[in-house]
Design a protein around this ligand. Structure first.
Ligand code: UDP
Ligand code: MG
Length: 318
């Protein structure tokens, strides 16, 4: 029997876990020809998430849980899950029921047809403000143009991955992860299916605009050095213009003996160039920071326990 793993990162999700479990088990009961494994990654929740997971595991042994040593964020929680799943295929699902588990049978059908990465694209985004929708649309446009990787718009982490995609993703062990881009980067046969994304079933979103901006910069800096290229080009253009301007001013002063004037324009130029320099120093700093983080070569996460077994300090993610 083929084994399907379902990976669910969960951070303070006590309010939704029971309804998630009941909807998931409905789906699994309709697919008796497969062997299922659900792996919850408890990402350092401070509420009752872990005890609910332990309780569910006692009821249903298809449920596994991985308890991380603290909150590492969803991206790291996902790679931790990838390291531990055993299935021939893997479905990544949000705990908050924004990704309907009822889509899993369709994903599996496409997987059986030979697709390696069946991803769910949002047809609509109910429950999200137009500001979030608009910024997200603009961002994807920019990302696709600059990275030359076809990163899918309106697509989250909700997808089915074949074993070989999982193995490929496990090889990408960068600390600052932009998993959404990695799905595209690894390639393989992709298939898109459409779905309506529901609003969160209960509880609070862990996202805020600061985190979103963080992830946005992450996406660009981990997949393209385009901002560095922009700074070089801006440097070339501005130096050229400055050179022309210099010839012109010096010539004018020599020929016409112009008295000193032009304080406002001087100020404007100094401030403008100062701003540009700071901006591009920031851009270089972003990349430098990434290099710094990667050179430390720290493990991506630590495991507190896996299915009631306390993890030793031996690093598992190797
Ligand atoms: N999540 C996580 N660690 C975090 C934040 C979120 O594992 O530090 C999980 C969360 O439990 C949920 C998924 O990531 O299963 C998506 O989070 P959320 O619903 O808050 O994000 P949104 O859907 O609003 O983008
Ligand atoms: Mg959500």
């Amino acid at each position: 029997m083929k084994k399907i793993s379902i990976l669910i990162p969960a951070f303070n999700e006590e309010e939704v876990l029971y309804s998630l479990y009941s909807r998931l088990s409905n789906v699994m009961d309709g697919l008796i020809e497969y062997d299922f494994e659900i792996l919850f990654v408890n990402d350092g929740s401070s509420d009752g998430t872990l005890s609910i997971l332990k309780f569910l595991r006692e009821k249903d042994e298809r449920i596994n849980f991985l308890d991380l040593s603290r909150n590492f964020g969803k991206e790291i929680a996902m790679i931790a899950g990838l390291d531990f799943v055993k299935g021939d295929a893997l479905v990544i699902l949000d705990a908050d029921l924004q990704d309907p588990p009822e889509l899993i049978p369709e994903m599996i059908r496409y997987w059986e047809d030979g697709y390696d990465d069946v991803y769910a694209k949002r047809r609509s985004r109910t429950g999200e403000t137009w500001v979030k929708k608009w910024t997200s649309a603009q961002y994807y446009k920019l990302l696709r143009k600059t990275t030359r990787i076809p990163i899918q718009e309106d697509t989250g982490d909700f997808r089915l991955l074949d074993r070989r995609c999982v193995e490929a993703l496990k090889k990408l062990r960068e600390t600052q992860r932009y998993t959404k881009g990695m799905f595209s980067w690894i390639g393989y046969n992709k298939k898109e299916i459409l779905f309506d994304r529901d609003p969160r079933a209960a509880g609070q979103t862990k996202w805020n605009y600061l985190k979103l901006i963080d992830l946005a910069i992450e996406g660009i800096t981990s997949f393209t050095t385009f901002p560095l290229r922009v700074s070089s080009i801006a440097g070339i253009v501005i130096s050229f213009l400055a050179f022309v301007f210099m010839i012109w001013t010096v010539g004018k002063t020599l020929l016409l003996g112009d008295p000193v004037s032009g304080y406002p324009s001087l100020m404007a130029v100094i401030l403008f160039l100062g701003g540009i320099q700071l901006l591009f120093l920031g851009v270089i700093g972003e990349y430098l920071g990434r290099i710094f983080n990667e050179t430390k070569k720290r493990p991506l996460y630590f495991v507190n326990e896996y299915n009631n077994e306390k993890a030793t300090n031996r690093v598992q993610n190797e």
